[in-house]
Design a protein around this ligand. Structure first.
Ligand SMILES: NC(=O)CC[C@H](N)C(=O)O
Length: 234
């Protein structure tokens, strides 16, 4: 598998994403500069976390117009897998690859803390290696993570099983206190209707080593590889 990690001015989780692919999965990883027009035949695009363009206007609102995004959007429309983490989720929403938007945290504060998530769907290429309803610990670090969408979109996401991760407490309950940013329905991550684009505010690439406090991000990257291998065999 060859993964492309997009670097925007202000990306700061690009090297962590590279580390996840190259060192944990042992797969090829390349950086894709935001001004490039060529995806270099990658099998997976990662839109990493950070503060692209300093989050000016709105997080992700400028990055969405970077030249590489035209290629990323075309890749996604062809069914190519795109993983948007944190700022990458914001960019994916701004680019129309995922429905809804990420607003300023309800607290108006940047939040950096471990968060419990419940895995709401294992029928995705990103979560097949988890158990359904598994409660995992993945860190969040954002100022603009409050997921919002209109009522029809929310109903569709819930009805079609597109809500993939929800903020919960340690007992797996989606309470208001467990919600770090005020996201509607405690939504932490969603997948596109076609299943190829996943956006999530928490950082699975920061939960791959025991020294960092959690290895609960490992199954996410393992799921991606597993789905690629299954496609090669098919
Ligand atoms: N770590 C991240 O990607 C978070 C940055 C993001 N732009 C924010 O909401 O603050």
């Amino acid at each position: 598998m060859k993964a492309g990690i997009v670097r925007f001015p202000g990306s700061n989780c690009d090297e962590d994403a590279y580390h996840a692919i190259a060192d944990h999965l042992g797969q090829e990883a390349v950086y894709l500069w935001h001004k490039d027009h060529d995806l270099q035949n990658v099998d997976l695009v990662i839109l990493p976390g950070g503060f692209s363009y300093g989050d000016y206007l709105r997080a992700g609102a400028i990055a969405r117009f970077s030249p590489i995004m035209r290629e990323v959007i075309a890749f996604a429309k062809r069914g190519g897998p795109v993983l948007g983490i944190c700022n990458g989720f914001q960019i994916a929403c701004e680019a129309g690859l995922l429905p809804g938007a990420l607003l300023r945290n309800a607290s108006l504060r940047f939040v950096s803390a471990p968060a419990h998530l419940r895995v709401e769907s294992i029928a995705t290429r990103y979560t097949s290696q988890y158990h359904l309803n598994q409660v995992i610990s993945i860190p969040v670090a954002h100022g603009d993570g409050r997921y919002t969408a209109d009522a029809d979109t929310l109903a569709r996401l819930e009805g079609e099983g597109q809500v993939v991760f929800r903020y919960v407490n340690g007992d797996g309950e989606a309470t208001a206190a467990a919600n770090p940013n005020g996201s509607l329905r405690n939504i932490a991550g969603i997948v596109s209707a076609e299943g190829n684009v996943l956006g999530m505010m928490p950082h699975p690439e920061r939960a791959l080593d025991t020294t960092l406090g959690s290895t609960d991000g490992v199954p996410l990257f393992a799921s991606i590889l597993e789905s690629m291998l299954a496609e090669v065999k098919a």
